[in-house]
Design a protein around this ligand. Structure first.
Ligand code: FA5
Length: 345
């Protein structure tokens, strides 16, 4: 084909292409046109075959012109696609009659679980005082859960914590205190840790759950005594329940602390006037604590002649119930969104 004919055919192709693409009726027609013009054997590519009919200085001109034609057709193609999409959307909208004055629907927002939130708040208080977080296994050996904590075999103190036994001879830990000895065996004193975790007991009523959570605190240092324990727990109670919160220590018994104490806070509900929640006493028990028994330090390979320590164990559910005025512990475990949604920040 002589070169003038090639040029004019190319112009025809461009005119025809722009017109047909511009008037494509739907998506299917566009796809067919795409194949017709841009396919491997499409009409644009076909022009490259005329190369050999041209003189060497005309060939680059043909290449450039074919590219220009392709670019223009492609641009028209993108335009047509956009136009078809818009037309489809408008048709849809007409059909659906969207009422733009209706309020939008808010996506559902999650919330931190109240137990997780309480645990984090307690952790933050102790982390700010230089304590570190330690952890231990939930399936535990009798040795760490009882024996190393000074509960001799068949000692009636074991009945204080109804234990769930596992088939391999281990048990579900009944408290976080086993982390005390595990930590002593791993680290040299001074030690300052808190150990949050899940614990299990054969226990089930409105204030006791078979699965619950505790945070253990352990401080081992030279020259510690009960006043250090009292000071830290006072600070803890004030950070959690308010700066005027008073605490008191009552003598108690745990095999692994000597002396042992129960710690009460002045009733935050009635200001110590006496109410149903403090059973008219003005005080509410929040945790057990005491000075680490020398036998326990020895089990942890720590010399009780040199080092002394205090420890405490607090129930996270108990604290969360007090903080939020919740009277039934089962609410924490029922996954009822009406209850959990109230803890959104
Ligand atoms: C202990 O578990 C001791 N290990 C605490 C301790 C640690 C004392 C270190 C001294 C030194 P106790 O059995 O009292 O103690 O439990 C501690 C707290 O766990 C209780 O005050 C209570 O808040 C919580 N608790 C106990 N049983 C349940 C239960 N079934 N459901 C929910 N919370 C519970």
């Amino acid at each position: 084909m002589p070169s003038e004919q090639v040029w004019s055919k190319l112009q025809e192709l461009l005119d025809d292409g722009l017109k047909s693409i511009g008037s494509a009726a739907d998506e299917n027609a566009l796809v067919a046109l795409q194949k017709r013009f841009f396919g491997k054997k499409g009409e644009v590519q076909a022009y490259m075959q005329h190369m050999k009919e041209l003189t060497p200085d005309e060939r680059p001109k043909l290449g450039a012109l074919v590219n220009q034609v392709r670019d223009k057709l492609e641009a028209r193609f993108v335009e047509a696609q956009k136009h078809l999409e818009e037309a489809k959307m408008l048709a849809d909208l007409k059909h659906r009659r969207v009422d733009l004055s209706l309020p939008g629907r808010l996506p559902m927002r999650g919330a931190e679980h109240p137990l997780q939130k309480t645990q984090r708040e307690i952790e933050d208080i102790f982390l700010s005082m230089g304590f570190e977080i330690a952890r231990g296994p939930q399936s535990e050996w009798d040795y760490f859960n009882f024996e190393a904590l000074n509960f001799p075999e068949d000692h009636p103190a074991r009945d204080m914590q109804d234990t769930l036994m596992l088939e391999n001879g281990s048990l579900l830990r009944t408290h976080t205190s086993p982390v005390q000895v595990r930590t002593m065996l791993c680290y040299e004193p001074p030690i300052r840790i808190i150990a949050p975790g899940t614990v299990y007991r054969r226990d089930d009523d409105v204030t006791h759950s078979p699965v619950f959570h505790q945070i253990e605190g352990l401080h081992i240092e030279k020259g510690l005594n009960l006043t250090h324990l009292r000071g830290i727990l006072q600070l803890f109670a004030q950070s959690l329940f308010g700066k005027n919160t008073k605490i008191r220590l009552r003598p108690s018994f745990f095999p692994f602390t000597e002396p042992s104490v129960e710690v009460d806070i002045a009733c935050i509900f009635c200001g110590q006037k006496g109410c149903r929640l403090c059973k008219q006493t003005g005080w509410i028990e929040i945790l057990g604590a005491g000075m680490v028994d020398p036998n326990v330090l020895r089990e942890g390979h720590i010399d009780p002649e040199v080092w002394s320590g205090w420890a405490f164990g607090v129930g996270i559910e108990r604290v969360a119930m007090l903080l939020h005025g919740i009277s039934d512990i089962r609410l924490f475990f029922e996954s009822d969104l009406r209850f959990l949604g109230q803890f959104r920040r």
